[in-house]
Design a protein around this ligand. Structure first.
Ligand code: THU
Length: 130
Protein backbone atom coordinates (compact mmCIF):
# COMPACT_ATOMS: atom_id res chain seq x y z
CA UNK A 1 0.00 0.00 0.00
CA UNK A 2 1.22 3.52 -0.75
CA UNK A 3 1.69 6.10 1.99
CA UNK A 4 -0.98 8.19 0.28
CA UNK A 5 -3.52 5.36 0.39
CA UNK A 6 -2.66 4.57 4.00
CA UNK A 7 -2.96 8.20 5.10
CA UNK A 8 -6.18 8.68 3.15
CA UNK A 9 -7.74 5.60 4.73
CA UNK A 10 -6.75 6.37 8.33
CA UNK A 11 -7.96 9.95 7.97
CA UNK A 12 -11.50 8.57 7.93
CA UNK A 13 -10.98 7.38 11.50
CA UNK A 14 -10.00 10.80 12.84
CA UNK A 15 -11.87 11.88 15.95
CA UNK A 16 -12.37 15.57 15.19
CA UNK A 17 -15.82 16.60 16.49
CA UNK A 18 -14.54 20.00 17.69
CA UNK A 19 -12.59 21.25 14.67
CA UNK A 20 -14.33 19.07 12.08
CA UNK A 21 -10.90 18.94 10.46
CA UNK A 22 -9.77 15.37 9.85
CA UNK A 23 -6.10 14.67 9.25
CA UNK A 24 -4.40 11.41 8.25
CA UNK A 25 -0.70 10.64 8.46
CA UNK A 26 1.32 7.69 7.25
CA UNK A 27 5.01 7.14 7.79
CA UNK A 28 7.41 4.60 6.41
CA UNK A 29 10.17 3.45 8.72
CA UNK A 30 13.64 2.35 7.66
CA UNK A 31 12.44 -1.29 7.68
CA UNK A 32 9.82 -0.42 5.05
CA UNK A 33 6.85 -0.87 7.37
CA UNK A 34 4.03 1.67 7.29
CA UNK A 35 2.51 3.21 10.43
CA UNK A 36 -0.56 5.40 10.45
CA UNK A 37 -2.17 7.95 12.71
CA UNK A 38 -5.11 10.34 12.73
CA UNK A 39 -5.92 13.32 14.88
CA UNK A 40 -7.72 12.45 18.11
CA UNK A 41 -9.40 15.46 19.68
CA UNK A 42 -10.69 15.75 23.23
CA UNK A 43 -13.38 17.82 24.87
CA UNK A 44 -10.52 19.20 26.98
CA UNK A 45 -9.11 20.78 23.84
CA UNK A 46 -5.37 20.83 24.70
CA UNK A 47 -5.47 17.07 25.21
CA UNK A 48 -6.05 16.45 21.51
CA UNK A 49 -3.29 14.87 19.47
CA UNK A 50 -2.21 15.34 15.86
CA UNK A 51 -2.21 12.68 13.16
CA UNK A 52 1.58 12.80 12.88
CA UNK A 53 1.99 12.21 16.60
CA UNK A 54 -0.22 9.12 16.39
CA UNK A 55 1.74 7.66 13.50
CA UNK A 56 5.05 8.27 15.24
CA UNK A 57 3.74 6.71 18.45
CA UNK A 58 2.65 3.61 16.49
CA UNK A 59 6.12 3.31 14.93
CA UNK A 60 7.85 3.57 18.29
CA UNK A 61 5.40 1.15 19.90
CA UNK A 62 6.30 -1.36 17.18
CA UNK A 63 9.96 -1.06 18.14
CA UNK A 64 11.16 1.22 15.37
CA UNK A 65 12.81 4.61 15.67
CA UNK A 66 14.02 5.51 12.17
CA UNK A 67 11.78 7.44 9.85
CA UNK A 68 12.29 7.18 6.08
CA UNK A 69 9.29 9.08 4.68
CA UNK A 70 6.10 10.80 5.82
CA UNK A 71 2.77 11.71 4.21
CA UNK A 72 0.05 13.95 5.65
CA UNK A 73 -3.37 14.56 4.12
CA UNK A 74 -6.31 16.80 4.96
CA UNK A 75 -9.35 18.33 3.29
CA UNK A 76 -7.85 21.81 3.13
CA UNK A 77 -7.49 24.59 0.55
CA UNK A 78 -3.77 23.86 0.28
CA UNK A 79 -1.50 21.11 1.67
CA UNK A 80 -1.31 21.59 5.44
CA UNK A 81 2.01 22.23 7.11
CA UNK A 82 2.57 20.13 10.24
CA UNK A 83 2.28 22.10 13.49
CA UNK A 84 5.42 23.15 15.31
CA UNK A 85 5.21 20.34 17.83
CA UNK A 86 4.87 17.73 15.10
CA UNK A 87 7.88 19.16 13.27
CA UNK A 88 9.93 18.57 16.40
CA UNK A 89 8.48 15.06 16.73
CA UNK A 90 9.37 14.25 13.12
CA UNK A 91 12.90 15.61 13.66
CA UNK A 92 13.34 13.29 16.65
CA UNK A 93 13.16 10.24 14.39
CA UNK A 94 14.09 11.47 10.92
CA UNK A 95 17.14 13.08 9.32
CA UNK A 96 16.88 16.51 7.69
CA UNK A 97 16.61 14.98 4.20
CA UNK A 98 13.67 12.70 5.02
CA UNK A 99 10.88 13.59 2.56
CA UNK A 100 7.55 14.80 3.91
CA UNK A 101 4.67 14.97 1.45
CA UNK A 102 1.74 17.21 2.31
CA UNK A 103 -1.46 16.68 0.37
CA UNK A 104 -5.06 17.71 0.09
CA UNK A 105 -7.93 15.35 -0.60
CA UNK A 106 -8.39 17.29 -3.87
CA UNK A 107 -5.00 16.13 -5.12
CA UNK A 108 -2.75 19.12 -4.42
CA UNK A 109 0.67 17.99 -3.24
CA UNK A 110 3.73 19.68 -1.77
CA UNK A 111 6.85 17.73 -1.01
CA UNK A 112 9.32 19.10 1.49
CA UNK A 113 11.62 17.52 4.04
CA UNK A 114 12.20 17.57 7.78
CA UNK A 115 15.11 20.00 7.53
CA UNK A 116 13.02 22.54 5.62
CA UNK A 117 10.15 22.16 8.06
CA UNK A 118 12.34 22.73 11.10
CA UNK A 119 15.42 24.78 10.28
CA UNK A 120 17.73 25.40 13.19
CA UNK A 121 16.23 22.47 15.07
CA UNK A 122 17.10 21.94 18.70
CA UNK A 123 18.99 18.65 18.90
CA UNK A 124 20.92 16.47 21.31
CA UNK A 125 24.18 18.18 20.29
CA UNK A 126 22.91 21.40 21.88
CA UNK A 127 23.07 19.75 25.30
CA UNK A 128 26.71 18.76 25.03
CA UNK A 129 29.21 20.85 26.98
CA UNK A 130 32.76 21.07 25.72
N1 THU B 1 -3.79 18.65 13.00
C1 THU B 1 -3.09 17.50 12.72
O1 THU B 1 -3.51 16.41 13.09
N2 THU B 1 -1.94 17.62 12.03
C2 THU B 1 -1.45 18.78 11.51
O2 THU B 1 -0.42 18.77 10.87
C3 THU B 1 -2.16 20.05 11.76
C4 THU B 1 -3.34 19.97 12.63
C5 THU B 1 -5.07 18.51 13.71
C6 THU B 1 -5.07 18.97 15.15
C7 THU B 1 -6.54 19.28 15.35
O3 THU B 1 -7.23 18.08 15.70
C8 THU B 1 -7.02 19.72 14.00
O4 THU B 1 -6.05 19.29 13.05
C9 THU B 1 -7.20 21.23 13.87
O5 THU B 1 -6.07 21.91 14.27
Amino acid sequence: MSLKDAATAVRENAHAPYSNFKVGAAIRSKSGAIYVGCNVENVAYPEGTCAEAGAIAAMVAAGETELAEAFVIADSPSPIPPCGGCRQKLAEFGAADVPVTLATTDGAVRTTNIGELLPGAFGADHMERS
